[in-house]
Design a protein around this ligand. Sequence first.
Ligand code: IDP
Ligand code: MG
Length: 173
Amino acid sequence: MAIEKTLVLIKPDGFKRGLTGLVIDRLDQAGLELVAAKMVSVTEALAKEHYRELADKPFFPNLIRYIRGEFHSLAHQQVLALVYQGEGAIALTRKVAGATNPEQADPHSIRGSFGRVTTQGQFENVLHASGNAADAEREVKLWFKPEEIIGGAPAVAPNEGLSGRSPGANGKR
Ligand code: IDP
Ligand code: MG
């Protein structure tokens, strides 16, 4: 099986309910390697681009509100974005996450244990995990620059601090 990268987002319900550590722990236990992590304020444009394949679904407007923290009083629209790497990482992460609908998810999965369907029909399912290889490639690129990923393209060579750089062409810094 190929070494893959996949995108995980701790969604606002997971973040607000203190499940960030649990998600990271479960993915660690599954043998996945964490290669990138950052908090991101999710703009409307980023949310719509991320979920662009669902734009014609009736739940799309509420999905955008959900991922931007509007149902969980997040002042900064923040999610934790992570990239995991490993053999078969995409399918493995989906298995640990569980099915999209928390009511149908394996009770041992994260979504089956901690997700819920609200009375308004919103799926609050704790985390995002890329669905397939094409989505994973697109999503990792959408959320991360190559130099933010371990083993990606380093912006500065290791141990090359500012002092190691030569002055500009005109001799001034
Ligand atoms: P996934 O997150 O398991 O890949 P997708 O079908 O890609 O599932 O949908 C993205 C997100 O949209 C889901 O995680 C969930 O938050 C929301 N969603 C999907 N289907 C429904 C639905 O039928 N009702 C309400 N929300 C949904
Ligand atoms: Mg999906």
